[in-house]
Design a protein around this ligand. Structure first.
Ligand code: FAD
Length: 586
């Protein structure tokens, strides 16, 4: 089954719970109008559905073979990528100074969802290029920007992000790739990197690698890491492509999913060292990489939303068609309450994850564009708080929803030709790359909720409480127990937060043991409130014809947000049971 971009749903969430309409009204985005936003979404949806989506199974089947150091991308991918670049999609949110369109990050987030619903393997390449653009724009020297930024912005060249080495995965500080200073101010890079997405391919004439490496006199750990721009081919001052740099792809991984995305082992320095140029300052590379990583973390969260959306569409179509048992209506399995429960769970989780991701994108916009310093800082802190939720919750949702999608298909879900199995295989990586979801939970608990002594989190809790109050005030029977269930969930989040803040220093292991259930608890309250916000807006705007949004918010509150109480108990009382695990005797 092909993909139909849910443009109306996307636009609604963007404008309401993510606050785009309000931001447009405030003039945050200059003279941009809702009609402009709708037009961009419509065109992106068309491109994703008609040009990229048909290539998804092609990529899965063909993979990205490596021969004589060259990776060949699946048939049709280069043409699709070229058309995508010509459409200006790569630079949608990038600065107009470098050929971008300077449109909202929140709008770009919605488009990233659509590219990745159409094909996650296709969508992940540009995600890394977009991160590279931001890091170079923010931290690069003028000469580097002048040479590389425009071609990266348009997508004529793609970028990579290179941290991982065999001994340095989650622990980036353990990396060993080496950078030696050269007399001309450049550096010679030696060493190797593993698992590099789009490290080699034939979509573009040049690939600009962003590589983390260590100077010989660097301090140990994360304080001794520097970031280097290492082009595959050298570029002369007039922009012409020259000789090959001393960097090559050694091998391409065979993976569970996203077969159309080449995952490469890269080798630097077969012939004395690849030439690289410093981005930012020496030993401050992780700082620059964080610019890329925050951007990429939201984008990977959007991959979770994207795959969940596609799996849901797929399952809905099958459930309306497949007849089995004594189901009501036309006899299709969609009429069985248990199948309906699965489909509603899929829709509710997808909607909640979407709303959280778009709200993160909107906070990023405000952090750049708000009128005063205080508002910019508050928005930056909101984006920081939400980024680990956007990444980890949404990618957990991607896998859970894709798994339910297989279940709705019964035995056919396990058979490749149906396509449901590919969503499940593709979804799984997003929980791992860009910082595993375990690492995201730790980031949330140890760095994000303690921001400003807990004040950032308190503001957020106050906002959730305002939504709960609005639901209660609406006094609409269609909401069922939504108000009370969300109120309980927010109370659980409040108490679990206070417990963690009180225990972080006293018993850090106990706090860390609760990090993953806490992140889920956070998302249950936040996602439930976001769906309720959209539901309230829908019933307000359309005089009661809410397009099913009230029912969806109610389903989430009464079936998913209710898990918050159990998660709170796990966080506050479960730590002792996370005891050291004894290995079985040999
Ligand atoms: C398909 C694919 C594409 C990738 N693309 C890129 C890329 O483009 N660029 C790049 O640099 N990297 C890339 N990666 C690497 C990816 O980011 C890492 O695999 C990931 O960060 C995890 O590192 P690891 O595999 O070494 O796992 P490990 O760090 O060994 O983790 C194993 C497990 O231990 C847990 N763990 C580790 N440390 C801690 C801790 N301190 N506290 C609690 N739990 C912990 C983890 O959460 C995980 O569950 C890619 C990987 C894959 C598979």
């Amino acid at each position: 089954m092909s993909y139909r971009a849910p443009v109306a749903d996307i636009a609604f969430t963007l404008k309401h719970s993510a606050g785009l309409s309000q931001a447009l009204g405030e003039g945050l985005y200059g003279d941009l109008t809702e009609a402009d936003v709708d037009a961009v979404l419509e065109e992106a949806g068309k491109f994703a559905s008609t040009v990229i989506a048909p290539l998804n199974t092609v990529g899965d089947k063909h993979g990205t073979p490596l021969k004589d150091g060259k990776v060949t991308m699946p048939p049709g991918w280069k043409e699709a990528y070229t058309a995508w670049v010509q459409g200006g999609w790569n630079g949608l949110a990038a600065s107009a100074d470098w050929g971008g369109q300077g449109l909202p990050h929140a709008l770009n987030a919605a488009c990233i969802e659509m590219w990745n619903s159409a094909s996650m393997a296709f969508g992940i390449g540009p995600v890394l290029t977009m991160g590279a653009i931001e890091a170079l724009d923010r931290h690069g020297a003028d000469a580097l920007k002048a040479k590389y930024l425009e071609k990266l912005t348009t997508g004529e060249w793609m970028g990579t992000m290179q941290l991982t080495e065999p001994q340095a995965g989650s622990d980036v500080g353990a990396l060993r790739a080496r950078a030696d200073r050269a007399a001309d101010g450049s550096y010679r890079i030696t060493g190797s990197k593993i698992f590099i997405t789009y490290g080699e391919h034939d979509l573009t004439d040049n690939i600009i690698h962003f590589v983390l490496a260590r100077l010989p006199d660097a301090p140990p750990g994360t304080k001794g890491i520097s970031l280097f721009l290492v082009p595959k081919f050298f570029v002369s001052d007039d922009g012409a492509i020259g000789e090959r740099n001393d960097a090559r792809c050694h091998s391409v991984e065979h993976k569970l999913g996203i077969h159309g995305s080449p995952t490469c082992t890269m080798v630097y320095g077969d012939n004395g060292g690849a030439t690289g140029w410093l981005v930012g300052e020496e030993n401050r590379g992780l700082n620059c990489m964080f610019t890329m990583m925050n951007n990429a973390r939201l984008a990977v969260g959007l991959q979770g939303v994207a795959i969940a959306e596609r799996a849901t569409q797929h399952a809905m179509a099958y459930a309306n068609d497949r007849k089995q048992g004594r189901a009501g209506g036309n006899g299709a399995i969609v009429n069985h309450p248990d199948v309906r429960r699965m489909l509603l769970t899929m829709r509710a989780l997808t909607g909640a994850a979407r709303a959280i991701c778009y709200a993160t994108g909107a906070a990023i916009d405000r952090s750049h564009l708000a009128k005063d310093d205080a508002a910019r800082k508050a928005a930056d802190q909101r984006a920081s708080l939400l980024t680990p939720i956007a990444k980890a919750f949404s990618t957990d949702v991607g896998t859970e929803v894709a798994s339910l999608g297989v279940q709705v298909h019964g035995g056919m879900g396990f058979i490749e030709e149906t396509g449901a199995a590919q969503h499940y295989r593709d979804a799984r990586i997003a929980q791992i790359y860009e910082g595993t979801n375990g690492i995201q939970s730790i980031d949330l608990v140890t760095r994000k909720i303690p921001m400003m002594g807990g004040a950032v989190m308190k503001d957020y809790l106050d906002e959730l409480r305002r939504t709960v109050a609005a639901v209660k005030q609406a006094n609409d029977p269609a909401f069922g127990a939504t108000g009370i269930r969300l109120s309980d969930a927010v109370d659980s989040l409040d108490r679990a937060t206070a417990w963690l803040l009180g225990n972080l220093d006293k018993s850090p292991d106990a706090a860390l043991a609760g990090a993953t259930p806490y992140l889920r608890l956070f998302a249950s309250a936040a996602g439930g409130c976001a769906l309720a916000e959209d539901a309230l807006a829908a019933s307000r705007l359309n005089g009661g014809a809410d397009g099913g949004r009230v029912a969806l918010a109610r389903f989430f509150a009464e079936n998913i947000a209710v898990q918050a109480g159990g998660l709170e108990t796990t966080v506050t009382e479960g730590a002792d049971s996370v005891s050291p695990i004894a290995l079985p005797a040999a």
